[in-house]
Design a binder for this molecule. Structure first.
Ligand code: TZP
Ligand code: MG
Length: 218
């Protein structure tokens, strides 16, 4: 179990797996190991097109990698897989099961992350028992086609409206992360700028340094 403080600090560089970026001969666990060893502070497995058996298997591998490093690990969408692999929790969007129902299923000790795009959604997520919210898309992204764009001001309004940690998501990369200075977010969640990088480990170290610089400027 992670404390509230640990969860907040773990938002700094929140990596989200995406196997569609894997290069020939690489496994998801190989790349995630490099990403974790390069300083990612949180890991979510998000695999939209994997059959449940494979998804569970990969989740189990990543759970072990994270547990050895004391890095929080959550599963996107599937409460069932989140529980069966012994993960630290689950992350869900607005259209998935209701937050309150998920909290009841996972119990008080596991992490519940909920995506939110507005102040109202953020407050509702906190009310439903979320431990943190993911807010975005802050920049344009091709990873999630239906994502909206948010301004830094909108982000700041959302952060102000809740007491739980907030991680920004959507199109964030080394070139634009500094634009989040002053948004008061606790960190950044990143898919393609890590998993789509030529060298995911190097991209992770670079983003970690920039994320520290970004939150230090709030
Ligand atoms: N939710 C809002 S934007 C997004 C998700 C899952 C995609 C983020 O991916 P990337 O590649 O970091 O833009
Ligand atoms: Mg979802």
């Amino acid at each position: 179990k992670f404390t509230r403080d640990e969860i907040r600090r773990s938002m700094l560089l929140y990596a989200i797996s995406d196997r569609t970026w894997l290069k020939e001969g690489e496994s998801l666990a190989d790349v995630c190991r490099r990403v974790l060893d390069s300083g990612a502070t949180f890991l979510q497995i998000r695999e939209k097109d994997l059959e449940p058996g494979r998804f569970a298997q990969e989740a189990e591998e990543l759970r072990q990698l994270c547990q050895r490093r004391n890095v929080p690990f959550v599963v996107n969408d599937s409460v069932e897989i989140a529980l069966s692999c012994g993960s630290d929790g689950v992350h869900v969007g607005q259209s998935d099961l209701r937050g309150r129902d998920i909290r009841a299923l996972i119990g008080p000790d596991r992490i519940l992350g909920i995506s939110a795009g507005t102040v109202a959604e953020a407050k509702a997520a906190q009310e439903a028992g979320a431990d943190y919210i993911g807010v975005g898309a802050v920049f344009g992204t091709s990873t999630k086609k239906d994502a909206r764009n948010l301004t830094v001001e909108a982000l700041r309004d959302i952060v102000r409206a809740v007491s739980i940690p907030v991680v920004a998501i959507g199109g964030i990369n080394a070139g634009n992360i500094a634009q989040l200075k002053g948004s008061n977010v606790d960190g950044v969640a990143v898919i393609s700028a890590i998993f789509g990088a030529e060298d995911p480990g190097a991209a992770t170290s670079q983003l970690l340094a920039l994320a520290k610089d970004m939150v230090a400027a709030h």
